[in-house]
Design a protein around this ligand. Structure first.
Ligand code: FAD
Length: 646
């Protein structure tokens, strides 16, 4: 026992984690794993603040429709570090979603349906969100059951609405139930933010004409009861929100799917469904997830867009353009992932030994005549070639006679996609996907170098590239697309095509929507925005973010190019690159305020960690946890000194 402690025994230092969804929970795990190593015996009181159940948070709460599914396979989700994770803190293994499910088989969950789902759950299953909710609750329980001595966790089912400095150098976190917490350090893990004022013009039009306009929102929170049944409704967006919304407007209204042979489905309507006219910029849904594994074994990736390639780019160029300098390497990597799997997994479909192909592929540029000649001679069937431009914009340049022709074309496109993505003869597609994922290892360094032209970063990397990535890699399970096809056959889903536009027809008092794929348009009394909200600090609906923004405690990340004058506000919370400290309006980093996750300009990932992948979110949470512990130690020392002095 130190002399200090004899004079003034330690009072606990206090930390508030605002937002107790997966990120807040994962951070708590890293914090409590690190505490005994970095600050053994330090008494810490942790406040977990969230109006939704801690562990699950808003997106993964149990109280939501059971119809919504995860977009990940059970075997691809974990909340615990494993020995692939390279971080300073201790590795504390725990069950993946699949392992947890296997360990719980036979024990009842909240409802008989969930218990039955758990019993049938396998690695490639896409579980319901409620299963993930139960897993996340179990994760928090395990973390709380494993707290180091001297650590206490208190949960508060309330929203934080204000954060202020106090005279004694601490901070006061005010909650909407009237509680005021005096804390030393605050970590924000606020997740996807709501924004106000989406498309005021269309919303105003809807108000004036008593129409229905459903703005973008988290699907579990959307009120779709306002959407009329039995008449045309326009849906804008074909990403993941589209799947959730369509399910809620069909199965959620009492319809059901039944097998119709050959793995296809038939939809039996309830009669309360709207007729959904759906489109987007691309005009087709995201690609189906694959359900098979690689045939040719573990791929050797990355090969062309690796650390050495980035070194070389940075050495040769003062200024990098994503499309001109980075994309050719990335594209070569993606195609390499594809052909590697084709050659190793399906040698009967190629004319050359893999070693020879690999040697020749390495020395030709992406999309060059030499590359094309090599592929033509090595892969005889055109269907086995990968064409990234055609994948990216499948309806580009196509015009159709009428809306029915567009619909039929998109319907066939989806059916072909589902068939291909469920057939391991096309496992080369998974090879391309693996290469796509591997690229994320290099992109942060490229961004951090400061050499990427700002406009190119905004338009090409953050804009086009991430959209392309999501289109290929973040699509729905094939079973969902089979449901969409059944709804198309039942006349409930109608595809409008690419370049979808929506306008207010003041004369008719209706929304009108069309596309660049044909001349036909549709009029409707209801418009549903089937897409995520764009982040915005200026328009945030989060009371805490608003409070901090108005006092200069939070600023929006702005990407600016002093040479060209180009500026782009990303809508994200500015944090420092080292320990994710909040940056204030003066540009200073607050030593005791941290922020993690999607709403910041340094998100580790947009999805759950996959087991055995050295997931960036674990590494980031670990580093921030250690910085937070450093601040807690300083706060403890300062408090001891001031009490000793008084
Ligand atoms: C609809 C949807 C589905 C998804 N599906 C998948 C999937 O299947 N697989 C996958 O890998 N990823 C998926 N994701 C990605 C998603 O980012 C992560 O799964 C995960 O939810 C992110 O966790 P988080 O804790 O950062 O954010 P959230 O889950 O949003 O949690 C943040 C928490 O902060 C709380 N909060 C916010 N403000 C305050 C405040 N002022 N006071 C107190 N609490 C506050 C919220 O209530 C919320 O509980 C999905 C995302 C969305 C939006």
């Amino acid at each position: 026992v130190s002399a200090d402690r004899q004079i003034a025994p330690s009072l606990p230092v206090e930390l508030a984690i605002v937002g107790a969804g997966p990120t807040g929970t994962s951070f708590l795990e890293r914090l409590t794993a690190n505490l005994p190593c970095v600050a053994p015996g330090l008494p810490v009181r942790i406040h977990l603040v969230d109006p939704f159940p801690a562990g699950q948070g808003r997106i993964w709460r149990h109280e939501q429709t059971p119809l919504l599914w995860m977009n990940s396979m059970a075997e691809d989700v974990t909340m615990f570090t494993d020995d692939s994770v390279v971080c300073e803190g201790p590795i504390r293994p725990g069950p993946t979603l699949l392992e947890w499910a296997e360990s719980r088989r036979g024990s009842p969950l909240a409802t008989p349906e969930l218990t039955a789902e758990l019993a049938a759950l396998e690695g490639p299953t896409f579980p319901s969100r409620r299963i993930q909710s139960a897993y996340l609750a179990a994760v928090l329980e395990r973390v709380l059951g494993d707290l180091p001595p001297g650590t206490e966790v208190r949960t508060h089912r309330a929203a934080a609405i204000a954060l202020d400095h106090t005279a004694d150098g601490r901070q006061r976190l005010t909650l909407d139930d009237g509680t005021a917490l005096a804390v030393d350090v605050v970590v924000l893990a606020l997740g996807h933010a709501d924004t106000d004022g989406f498309d005021d013009e269309l919303a105003g039009f809807a108000d004036r004409h008593r129409l229905v306009h459903v703005p973008p929102a988290l699907t579990a929170d959307i009120d779709l009861d306002v959407v009329p049944g039995g008449e045309p409704v326009i849906l804008r967006g074909l990403g993941l929100a589209f799947i959730d919304i369509v399910v809620m407007l069909t199965e959620g209204r009492g319809g059901r799917f039944e097998p119709s042979g050959d793995g296809a489905l038939r939809y039996i309507p309830s009669g309360r469904e709207p007729i959904l006219h759906i489109g987007s910029r691309r005009g087709v849904p995201y690609h189906s997830k694959t359900t098979y594994r690689l045939v040719g074994g573990a791929p050797l990736l990355p090969r062309f867009f690796d650390a050495a390639a980035v070194d070389d780019l940075l050495e040769r160029h003062d200024r990098l353009d994503f499309r001109a300098h980075v994309w050719p390497l990335l594209a070569k990597e993606i195609c390499w992932g594809y052909y590697q799997e084709l050659f190793r997994g399906h040698p009967d479909r190629v004319t050359m030994p893999f070693a020879e192909f690999a040697e020749r592929y390495a020395v030709v540029d992406h999309a060059s005549p030499d590359m094309e000649a090599l592929i033509e001679s090595a892969v005889p069937v055109l269907e086995d070639h990968i064409d990234l431009a055609a994948i990216d914009r499948p309806l580009a340049g196509l015009r159709f006679d009428d809306a029915s022709a567009v619909h039929e074309h998109v319907r066939r496109y989806i059916a072909a996609d589902v068939a291909r993505r469920s057939d391991r003869r096309y496992s080369a597609d998974l090879g391309a996907f693996m290469a796509l994922l591997s690229s994320f290892g290099q992109l942060p360094r490229l961004i951090a170098s400061g050499k990427l032209d700002v406009r190119s970063r905004v338009e090409h990397l953050d804009g086009w590239w991430f959209g392309f990535f999501n289109f290929i890699a973040s699509g729905p399970p094939p079973a969902r697309l089979r449901q969409i096809l059944a709804l198309a056959d039942a006349g409930i889903v109608r595809f409008q095509g690419a370049g979808q536009w929506v306008r207010a027809d003041e004369h008719a008092g209706r929304f009108v929507a069309g596309s660049t794929s044909c001349d036909d348009v549709v009029h409707a009394r209801a418009l549903v925005e089937a897409r995520n909200q764009r982040p915005s600090i200026a328009r945030t609906a989060n009371p805490l973010v608003r409070h901090l923004r108005d006092r200069g405690g939070i600023v929006e990340d702005v990407l600016a190019d002093p040479t060209s004058g180009f500026r782009h506000a990303t809508g994200k919370i500015s944090v420092t690159s080292d320990a994710l400290r909040l940056v204030d309006a003066r540009g200073d980093a607050h030593p005791r305020r941290f922020a993690l996750g999607a709403p910041t300009n340094r998100p580790a990932a947009g999805a759950f960690a996959r087991p055995r992948t050295n997931a960036p979110s674990f590494r980031q949470n670990d580093a921030v946890a250690r910085a937070v512990i450093g601040e807690l130690c300083d706060a403890s020392e300062a408090s001891k000194r001031s009490r000793a002095a008084s």
